[in-house]
Write a protein that binds this ligand. Structure first.
Ligand SMILES: [Mg+2]
Length: 297
């Protein structure tokens, strides 16, 4: 795990570097608050930080406030490690948003266990985020998380001037499958489809479960005709599944789905418009007799 050390004293830099790496942390060093903020803002930057109070350029107190004001989409656990040992400063530090406060010179074991506390909080936060963003049955992004990601991806590809396509998928006759074999089998079918799709997608594509038996896939960087090729591959990948039942032979099912594609263009207002257009193409695929891919024209 990465840990940021914001510290201007060479003496403490060295002690912390040695101690923390002995405990298995990867130390990211910053000599002042400005540098520290930059490191924390980086994608995949440290989520755990030990910060000194007195530092040039930006002190620990300001750093703490800045982190809480500007980095609100993922939690950073902040521990003050400072020579300021009076109660008033400690309260100021906590008020500025620090999670914990340790005074110098510090006790190694105390630091170790306070870091463990921080890790515990961060792990919980991670789990909550996972739960909030994923569909529990398939492990795919849920609708909200998918749409959020799509919004930022559209903005990015507009800037780059590159194409982006959306594929909407709906399993054919799924209600009948549920009615005939029960919901547990239906769930297995959904998991099977999610697994096949995930295996056949490219690295930059992302997928979500949009509703009951509806999936949605974004293929950045490709136009509708390439998206068509991808969708065809997905369509063929799901057809045969064996579902283990509690008793007897595994159930052999034949699964099909209909696909609708829309490429993002100037005619499309926003993300919901894009989804609507792809959905219309999907509807067309159903009307044409299902088990096929249709591009919105
Ligand atoms: Mg200092």
């Amino acid at each position: 795990m990465k840990i940021l050390v914001a510290e201007d004293s060479r003496y403490y830099q060295r002690i912390l570097q040695d101690t923390l790496s002995n405990w298995g942390y990867t130390v990211v060093l910053a000599k002042n608050g400005v540098q520290a903020l930059e490191r924390l803002k980086e994608k995949d930057g440290p989520k755990l930080a030990i910060i000194d109070w007195m530092m040039p350029e930006m002190n620990g107190l300001e750093l703490c406030k800045k982190v809480r004001e500007t980095l609100d989409n993922s939690y950073i656990y902040l521990i003050f490690l400072t020579a300021n040992s009076n109660k008033e400063d400690m309260i100021k530090g906590l008020e500025a948003g620090a999670d914990d406060y340790i005074t110098k010179p510090f006790n190694e074991l105390e630091l170790k266990f306070r870091l463990k506390n921080g890790e515990r909080i961060l792990n919980l936060e991670n789990r909550i985020m996972q739960l909030a963003l994923t569909d529990p049955l398939t492990g795919l992004l849920n609708r909200r998380a998918f749409v959020d990601r799509l919004v930022s991806e559209i903005a990015r590809y507009k800037r780059l001037g590159q194409p982006l396509s959306l594929i909407m998928v709906d399993l054919d006759n799924f209600k009948k499958c549920n009615d005939t074999y029960g919901h547990l089998v239906g769930d297995e079918v959904l998991k099977h489809v999610a697994k096949c799709f995930s295996q056949f997608l490219r690295k930059y594509d992302f997928i979500g479960r949009y509703g009951g038996e509806e999936f949605v896939i974004c293929t950045p960087g490709v136009d509708a005709s390439v998206a068509y090729t991808i969708a065809e591959r997905l369509r063929k990948s799901i057809k045969h599944v064996n579902i283990q039942q509690e008793e007897g032979e595994p159930l052999q099912l034949y699964i099909t789905a209909s696909f609708g594609i829309c490429e993002f263009s100037d005619k499309i207002k926003d993300v919901y418009d894009l989804i609507k257009e792809a959905d219309e193409a999907l509807y067309q695929a159903k009307a044409n007799g299902k088990d096929q891919v249709v591009i919105k024209n």
